[in-house]
Design a protein around this ligand. Structure first.
Ligand code: ZN
Ligand code: ZN
Length: 363
């Protein structure tokens, strides 16, 4: 794969977008957007970017950290009443139209900022400007995601030797999270899902004290975080020998995933990829039991912007990292989801997770 520009080029990409959005500058308040743009990893900061200026505003807790993490960025120290302080700074920038991230600011914060700017600067709501840029990963981001993917593969293999009747869903969750944290030194990306038996019909069920029983499906959906970047994997196994319905449902989901992955490449509509999986599931009689989208973008956040669903208007592009996670959930009986992470390439995609996808029978 060709080398892609790193963090130093993100500022240039954003400046191009300012022109398209017809704003003089953007005030970035989403902490993950600030991180993507500047490298700052703290919990509260604003980044200001115009055609010629760029600075990061933080309070006294973070000035030293920001100076270290954000080379090339001027650090502005904000007072504790930062909204007022920020407004004064913004009024002094000599701009007319300032974008503010409408999908991040509350309406109250937006109005408060607008009032403080007092007509000197017009506040313009913007949507997803950085989110769209974040969808295309550069090499440093891909390397982090690859490491996070290797970790969840390792955990999947480990769990195959750990699962057995008599332990609880919560035991499985603790084992997988401690393997990730202590064994591999990574953070979990989101609260792990472990469901068993009829509870596998809950796509986002949380682990309980239910004990695993012979004949159960067990679905495990979890992720790792490396340098802030997430992976996300789901495997469904069966305890003991699978019955014919379990085998059939698992094979329908696996084939739906295979068809979707085969359809992914640069320039394809995300909704068309979703349809490849959805039509296969429907053709096998389970159309009513696949309610969620096929997959989501993955990055600094586990749901990192767009995704693949029937209603998606996204076009896949080289460098996007997405999950592919079809499922069938039959209330009262159980369900299967298989989830892998891929990166879109010019003529296809590359799988980033590779743990065994076949139906494992834990005998
Ligand atoms: Zn997942
Ligand atoms: Zn997912």
């Amino acid at each position: 794969m060709t080398e892609r520009p790193g963090i130093g080029h993100r500022l240039d990409s954003l400046r191009d977008e300012l022109v398209h959005a017809e704003i003089d500058a953007l005030l970035v308040s989403d902490v993950l957007n600030v991180r993507w743009l500047t490298g700052f990893t703290g919990s509260l900061a604003y980044a200001y970017v115009s055609g010629t200026e760029a600075w990061i505003g933080v309070d006294s807790r973070y000035t030293v950290q920001a100076s270290g993490e954000c080379p090339g960025w001027r650090v502005e120290r904000l007072a504790s009443s930062s909204a007022e302080n920020l407004a004064e700074l913004l009024k002094g920038q000599g701009i007319r139209r300032l974008g503010a991230e409408a999908d991040q600011l509350t309406y109250a914060a937006f109005c408060s900022m607008r009032d403080r700017l007092d007509g000197a600067v017009e506040l313009v709501p913007t949507n997803g400007i950085i989110g769209r840029l974040r969808m295309i990963k550069d090499d440093a981001e891909l390397n982090a995601i690859r490491a996070a993917c290797r970790a969840v593969d390792t955990v999947a293999t480990h769990l195959m030797g750990f699962l057995r009747p008599g332990i609880s869903e919560r035991d499985v969750m603790i084992e997988l999270e401690s393997t990730l944290r202590s064994g591999l030194g990574l953070e979990i990306a989101f609260p792990s899902i472990v469901v068993s038996g009829p509870r596998t019909a809950l796509p986002h069920g949380q682990p309980t004290d239910r004990l695993l029983q012979p004949g159960d499906f067990v679905t495990m959906d979890y992720g790792a975080k490396k340098d802030g970047y997430c992976s996300d994997i789901t495997r469904t196994i069966v305890l003991g020998a699978a019955d014919s319905e379990q085998t059939r449902v698992h094979s329908v989901v696996l084939e739906a995933q295979r068809r979707a992955i085969a359809g992914i490449r640069n320039g394809v509509a995300a909704s068309a990829v979703d349809a490849l999986a959805r039509e296969h599931i429907a053709a096998n009689g389970y159309g009513d039991y696949f309610g969620h989208g096929l997959g989501h973008s993955l990055g600094l956040h586990v749901h990192d912007g767009g995704g693949m669903a029937p209603s998606s208007n996204l076009t896949l592009q080289t460098g996007m990292v997405l999950t592919v996670e079809p499922g069938i959930y039959v209330p009262g009986w159980g369900g299967v989801r298989i989830e892998d992470d891929i990166v879109v390439t010019a003529d296809g995609c590359e799988a980033l997770t590779s743990a065994n996808r076949e139906l494992v029978e834990i005998i």
